[in-house]
Design a protein around this ligand. Sequence first.
Ligand SMILES: [Mg+2]
Length: 370
Amino acid sequence: MTTNGLNRLRDLRAMPYSGPLKRPFITSRRRVESVQGVLVELELEDGSIGYGTAAETWAVTGESVASSLAAINGPVFEALTGRDLSLREAEDAIASCCVGNTSAKAAVDVALHDAWASGLGVPLAVALGGRPDAHAATDMTISLDDPEAMAREAIAASSDGFEILKVKLGGDPAVDLNRLESVHEAVPSARFRLDANQGWGAKEAIRMIRRIEDAGIPVDLVEQPTPKANLDALAQVTAAVDTPVMADESVADERDAWEILRREAADLINIKLAKCGGIRPALAIADLAATAGVGCMMGAMMEPRVSVAAAAHVALAHPNIQLVDLDSAEWIQDPRIAGGYELEGSRLSLTEAPGLGMSMDSALTEGTAP
Ligand SMILES: [Mg+2]
């Protein structure tokens, strides 16, 4: 930051990014074999540099690599360029420069915060008010597949030190219970988070969750059992079962969160930077939920390590974000991006590096390696 507390954009560059997955990521909505996205490198007038990333998520935010590049190089760049801005003014400029494009906005917003915290010389989580020794346990996701394949994945995740498994369901309801039983049998010590990705109707969800409760399988929460636009269905499930129900696709931004809280439609909210468009709205959702006594989880899309690092810093800075679901970077085979946080088994913690603390292969930022 400059001496008057303001800063000015010196450079903003966005380039395509591609990272192969170690294994396909499969939900009831989509199948992903590699992460296609955009990498942002931003430099402020005081010389501090920040990074951000966005992933192509047609099925969630409707964004592509091309649309993200167009948004960042167009309205986002114009909103930030040529004038002195406070951090708050820069955040607002990004948020209001165009509608939608939340992944693209989040990539630039994260890069801005990375540079800002780097300039302050502290980890981003600390700049946001968190403790440097904060830590959390992340889950590992088990893709939607046949019961035997899911059991094999669960055993592998458990042997890597993950005690909480996020099991993707919401496929054929007749098979979903077999899937969960198979995973539970394979790893009896694990706790589970279930994610139906909108795959069930309200009655189906209630029947399924009650059967799981009766079977005594340790399930900590069920994410987005019903279609995202049908908040009545979500509220119906939440009221009918003992297991906590979490809203994911139903909540993109603060307005969605307010609607969920007002209707008591969910017990928990899953916050993602790519859905809400940046760090300030993410913190605002966590604050809003806290006033209603609703806890939050920090998640991420299947997106590059920079995005996951940003989510980790935000989660570890806010007392109402008690749960983290930040395993995405473990799926990506890409040694060109490292740092940002430490993961030992399932234990996620900060490093002492300022900002996000990413280390980046220069071939990526020079745009010579997509
Ligand atoms: Mg989800």
